[in-house]
Design a binder for this molecule. Structure first.
Ligand code: B3K
Ligand code: ZN
Length: 872
């Protein structure tokens, strides 16, 4: 397959103004009747052919302006329908047959739990009917769905339901009209036996919108949190961005078999059930947060994505980076901004920085792709959100809002580019974002180096910032980088004055780094400071700054910016762990740095930190993150060092941790409230440390929490501790959990995932056995990810076993999955992407698996693209 390049974009020759669809849903075959109202675009030569996309369609007939075409008047290939010189304006009516029941790719029209559903982004609509399946063709849709009434009582599509009725043979129909023009990727249809959890929302202009959450009958008691989240998101978008919902009804359908998180189809979102269903005993605090943010994300797409959409798929970050940014602002407003920011940055560094330094590195606006679905990446999404965030930092909250307003005013109803977005922000504020635009084309994580000098006599501090190309790259254009800074003295934050400022203050200032190297002078600085840089993680860069362990300990104890405070602790922890790993490799005796222990003890005792922040501060950097800071990832040494440090810290802090555990026992029933979440976070962190000590009475604490918990947060946390602990307690708890939850797919996924993530030395054997467990199933993406994905992507130590068995296991599963679901297989095969970061033996082992996959006959183009890039 040939790559498609951004530079080759051409507007379409024809466009489609109206689409009339009729679906005859059937058990064996589904017929799709489509009537397209087509218009030749100005500037298209008269004789230009109309070429429609298609995939896996059994062609039945085609008619032009009501006249059936005969052979020779049109041409069909497996991926196209061509009508030579059809005219300037005409209708084209096609009939095709498809087999949703055989569609295991879960793209296009497919079946899940006996129901019909769709997923069209990026290029799934062509698997439903012949079409100009590209986002810059926006049409008005009218959809008739016909199906057996008993089996599929509920028939949904985008927009408003305008007619329903009975048909012969026990069948019925519903007709849906969507008044808003939309690209084909936002089309959706659902037919099935579903129950509705209803609600409503009164918009600020006084319209009542009906809200409907549709789920399988058994799940009707797990919808309240999703509905609340939706209502909160609708209110928030009105208040923060002035964006009101535009249809009379908004529907969400929970689907059990879904390739990703959710999909923002106009008025009819389809969701992975994992991001809808929650009940205290089945969903954790993190699940509740995940639901709130994904519900909000898809809702926010209604304006950033649907009303204003992407011209072409290279512009994906236009809607995704922006919508992730919006959902993050929302989550920060709903909960704790610091906790949210720390979580996002941790994920960015662990996943996106790794992607940036591997074979799949690409700019947030890619230059080429073979399979578009491979570019729904953490770079496009999360780094894309960081890029939006930097613009907001530069423009300020009000300036950003002005820019957003202008963007909607200019482009409502259009399919546009990232440059259009940037231009709206710049124009609304009269600023120049030209240099900033390089963030859209540059690959890799830039490096920012800092050094400072304090002049005690002059009471001034000079900070020099330098930007350098990403590691492993020799050149890069100069970027426009906002660097948020503050100074911290021995007794806390220091005030200072930058040139041009009239008064000194201790507030955070944003420096703009635009040259290779720039110096900034801070005046009226009363004492030698430690510089607190990149507060709130103001730019997605790697920071290099010389700071002693004591400097970091000072920031860890006293930085007024919660993010930087946490970050300093992480950097200190990372140094300690990397030194320990070196000791492991040199076979030196291990000892945990007492200064680090002391810093952690201070955190434990700090009355000013909430439980969630404490738990984050006391969580050691993960092994994947640590590996990024080594020239060659020392898999075993890192694992041993981290295990050692974890136990040593537990031993050193045993008494205060036990006191925490005992004083934070639940009072009354589970409640999903901030203070309660904080309490559970801290208590469960304490439990993990305590159980690691292996003392019978401490292990018993986990056992009893596991038995007594009235909620999944505490139950899962206790189970995780027992899994790490091993022994008969592990087996007993796992058996009990399985007995209790084996009929509940989302909970059972946790059972698989916890075992796949375990650092225990027998994890590979257990994962191998679990892959043959009767409850394991490669056809269901959640289940496959919970075992294979977690093992390959999150368990560095066991996946990268030196004997290569971890690699072989994941490669086997990738091949097995690729035979039916290439999108999912392509996600999982990315576990091999960092292969060049490891020692020769492991490299060889991964290379062997990559070559085995590459040589497999019938490999999908999605997996082929990833492995070819990895091996290149
Ligand atoms: N837009 C969808 C993702 C589609 C992925 C296609 N492979 C969900 C989201 O980002 O909101
Ligand atoms: Zn999105």
């Amino acid at each position: 397959p040939q790559p498609i390049f951004r530079k080759d974009y051409r507007r379409p020759d024809y466009t489609i103004d109206r689409v009339d669809l009729r679906f005859e849903l059937g058990e064996d075959v589904t017929r799709v009747h489509a009537t397209l109202t087509v218009r030749r675009m100005d500037g298209t030569p008269e004789g230009a052919p109309l070429v429609l996309d298609g995939e896996n369609l059994a062609h039945v007939s085609v008619a032009l302006d009501g006249r059936e075409l005969s052979a020779g008047e049109y041409f069909v290939t497996p991926t196209s329908l061509t009508i030579p010189a059809p005219g300037a304006g005409f209708t084209l009516a096609t009939v095709v047959e498809i087999k949703p029941q055989d569609n295991l790719e879960l793209s296009g029209l497919y079946r899940s739990s006996g129901n019909f559903c769709t997923q069209c982004e990026a290029e799934g609509f062509r698997r439903i009917t012949w079409f100009l399946d590209r986002p810059d063709v926006m049409a008005r849709y009218s959809v008739v769905v016909e199906a057996d009434k008993a089996k599929y009582p509920v028939l949904l599509a985008n927009g408003n339901r305008v007619a329903t009725g009975d048909l012969d043979g026990g069948r019925h129909f519903a007709r849906w009209d969507d008044p808003f023009p939309k690209p084909s990727y936002l089309f959706a249809l659902v037919a099935g036996d579903l129950r509705c959890f209803p609600g409503e929302f009164l918009t600020r202009s006084g319209r009542t919108v009906r809200l409907e959450i549709w789920v399988e009958p058994d799940n009707i008691d797990r919808c309240a949190h999703a509905l609340r989240s939706l209502q909160a998101a609708m209110r928030w978008d009105e208040e923060k961005f002035g964006r009101e919902y535009d249809l009379d009804i908004y529907m969400i359908v929970a689907v059990s078999d879904f390739n990703m998180g959710a999909m923002e189809n106009k008025g009819l979102n389809l969701f992975n059930a994992k991001y809808v269903l929650a009940r205290p005993d089945t969903a954790t605090d993190d699940d509740y947060d995940g639901i709130e943010s994904v519900i909000a994300h898809e809702y926010f797409h209604n304006w950033t994505g649907n009303r204003v959409t992407c011209r072409d798929w290279f512009q994906l970050t236009l809607k995704e980076g922006l919508t992730v940014f919006r959902d993050r602002l929302f989550s920060a407003d709903m909960g704790s901004p610091a906790v949210a920011r720390i979580g996002d940055v941790l994920a960015l560094r662990t996943n996106q920085f790794a992607e940036d330094s591997g074979p799949m590195a690409h700019p947030i606006r890619p230059e080429s792709y073979i399979e578009m679905n491979n570019f729904y990446t953490t770079t496009v999404y999360e780094k894309g959100a960081e890029v939006i965030g930097m613009m907001r930092t530069l423009l300020g909250e009000a300036g950003f809002r002005r820019g957003m307003d202008l963007y909607f005013e200019r482009h409502d109803g259009q399919a546009v580019t990232c440059d259009d977005f940037r231009a709206a922000l710049a124009d609304a504020n009269g600023v120049d974002l030209e240099q900033f635009g390089r963030w859209y084309s540059q690959v890799g994580t830039p490096v920012v180096r800092a050094r400072g000098e304090y002049d005690a006599d002059a009471r001034s501090y000079t900070l020099t910032l330098e930007q350098a190309p990403p590691r492993g790259r020799t050149s890069a254009e100069l970027l426009h980088i906002p660097v948020a800074v503050g100074l911290v003295g021995p007794d806390g934050p220091l005030s200072f004055k930058l040139s041009g400022e009239t008064a000194a203050s201790a507030d955070t200032r944003v420096l703009e780094l635009r040259e290779r190297s720039q110096s900034f002078r801070f005046d009226d600085v009363a004492a030698a400071p430690v510089v607190s840089l990149l507060r709130g993680f103001s730019a997605p860069v790697e920071l290099e700054v010389e700071r002693s362990d004591a400097d970091l300990a000072r920031l860890m104890a006293a930085d007024p910016d919660s993010f930087s405070r946490w970050d300093a602790g992480q950097e200190l922890g990372r140094r300690v762990l990397l030194r320990l790993a070196a000791d492991v490799e040199a076979r030196r005796p291990l000892a945990l740095d007492p200064a680090f222990v002391a810093a952690c003890a201070e955190i434990v005792a700090d009355p000013g930190l909430d439980g969630s922040l404490k738990a984050l501060a006391l969580t050691l950097p993960n092994e994947r993150l640590l590996g990024q800071h080594q020239p060659v990832v020392a898999v075993d040494a890192l694992h041993e060092a981290r295990e050692f440090a974890f136990k040593a810290l537990a031993a050193a802090l045993r008494e205060p941790l036990l006191a925490i555990y005992q004083s934070t026992a639940p009072q009354g029933q589970y409640r999903i409230e901030r203070a309660e979440v904080d309490r559970r976070k801290l208590r469960n962190l304490a439990l993990a440390y305590l159980v690691a000590l292996g003392e019978p009475e401490l292990v018993a604490l986990a056992m009893s929490q596991f038995h007594l918990a009235d909620n999944m947060t505490d139950s899962e946390a206790a189970l995780a501790c027992l899994i790490e602990h091993g022994g008969p307690e592990r087996d007993a708890a796992l058996a009990e959990f399985h007995r209790r939850w084996h009929k509940d797919p989302l909970v059972l996924d946790k059972w698989f995932a916890l075992q796949a993530a375990s650092g225990h030395p027998d994890t590979l054997e257990r994962v191998t056995a679990l892959a043959d467990h009767p409850d394991f199933n490669l056809l269901n993406p959640n289940r496959a990810r919970s075992l294979v994905g977690v093992f390959g992507m999150r368990n560095q130590h066991q996946f990268h076993r030196k004997d290569g068995r971890g690699h072989a296991l994941v490669a086997d599963k990738v091949l097995a999955i690729d035979a039916h679901n290439s999108q999912l297989a392509a996600r999982l095969v990315a576990a091999f992407n960092p292969w060049r970061r490891f020692d020769a033996t492991r490299q060889q082992s991964m290379r062997t698996q990559l070559e085995r996959i590459a040589g497999h006959s019938g490999l999908s183009k999605a997996v082929r693209e990833i492995v070819d890039r990895a091996l290149a």
